[in-house]
Design a protein around this ligand. Structure first.
Ligand code: DAH
Length: 340
């Protein structure tokens, strides 16, 4: 009898250890505690035990019964509390947590805004390499060999042949080499200059160049296109003017000013009290540039323009320090959340 008690106790311990839900617990209960279960059977066998052994065996049986019953209680509590705590942690009705969402950098947004305007005017978009050769960056663009822009102060030279492009204008050469006129394209991208970093200048910034080449392209078309762009981008009430200027790759060359959109032309700190803001350089493609891409300047003509994006964004959003564009300070970036 003692052996049976021990073996039932052991098998109960083993079987109860793996019980983790109410269904398994009920199966265990039927096996051990129900009317036809192992424990009642054991208890009813007590009557067959010799009289003198009865007290000791009866005590063992009682201990086993108490042990089994208290184990059941414990297991049940464990199952119940696991069930209720998992109910607490998974609330399917809770709204989902918002994921932190990034947005395009304000320089990217500004470039896309400008690019979109030129697309509506029929311009395609092209990109060129940031590592450029001296030939594309300078020579093909009619920079004389002793032009000061080639000086070490302005250009990051990699070796005698390669450099970090100082403007997006070399992409004009690359397009004209590949594509016969008419060519109508804009070229956004990053440029680099060997300049001291300050509130107004940086060694990296962005530009958008544009070019249109065909038969009999005129300066009037250049003005018309740029005025259409400026009115869309800065507002239709701006006034504009073109000032004569100089670039090696255009002849004649000009710079375009618009009335200061901060003070509306009255004069303020941003426009240095002139009422005007310079927004881009432009001109008619120099005949020497056409020659370097094997186009006959007597047959073709074209206009070109280029603008700096940081300068435009600084002015537009009244930002006083260009360095902030490259610092990736989330407090700054978050102020320009537009998602396109
Ligand atoms: N590449 C010039 C610069 O970096 C800007 C420029 C002026 C581009 C006139 C042009 C242009 O295409 O026609 O300052």
């Amino acid at each position: 009898m003692n052996e049976r008690i021990l073996s039932i106790k052991n098998s109960f311990i083993t079987e109860s250890a793996s019980v983790s839900d109410t269904k398994a617990l009920e199966i265990l209960r039927i096996k051990y505690l129900s009317k036809n279960g192992l424990l009642p059977a054991l208890l009813s066998d007590l009557k067959n035990v010799a009289k003198e052994d009865k007290p000791a065996i009866g005590k063992e049986l009682n201990l086993l019964k108490n042990f089994v019953e208290s184990s059941f209680k414990e297991i049940k509590e464990r199952i119940d509390s696991a069930g209720s705590s998992s109910k607490e942690t998974i609330d399917l009705s809770l709204p989902a947590r918002a994921l932190p969402l990034g947005s395009k950098h304000i320089i990217t947004q500004t470039m896309e805004e400008i690019t979109d305007i030129f697309k509506t005017l029929g311009f395609g978009v092209y990109e060129g390499p940031e590592i450029e050769s001296d030939y594309y960056n300078f020579e093909a663009l009619n920079f004389a060999p002793d032009h000061p822009a080639r000086d070490m102060q302005d250009t990051f030279f990699i070796n005698d042949t390669f450099l970090l492009r100082t403007h997006t204008t070399p992409v004009q050469i690359r397009i004209m080499e590949k594509q016969a006129p008419p060519v109508r394209a804009i070229m956004p991208g990053k440029v680099f200059r060997n300049e001291a970093v300050s509130t107004r200048s940086h060694y990296q910034f962005h530009q958008i160049d544009g070019i249109f080449v065909d038969h009999k392209v005129t300066f009037a078309e250049l003005k018309g296109t740029l005025v259409a762009f400026a009115k869309q981008f800065y507002g239709s009430d701006i006034k504009f003017r073109f000032r004569a200027s100089y670039f090696p790759f255009t002849e004649p060359s000009a710079e375009m000013d618009i009335t200061c959109f901060i003070c509306k032309g009255e004069g303020c700190r941003i426009c240095k009290h002139s009422g005007w803001l310079e927004i881009l350089g432009c001109g008619m493609v120099d005949p020497n540039v056409f020659k370097s891409v094997n186009l006959d300047p007597d047959v073709y003509s074209g206009y070109a323009f280029g603008m700096g994006i940081e300068r435009i964004a600084l002015l537009k959003y009244n930002i006083t320090d260009i360095r902030i564009f490259f610092e990736n300070d989330v407090r700054f970036l978050k102020q320009f959340p537009a998602l396109k």
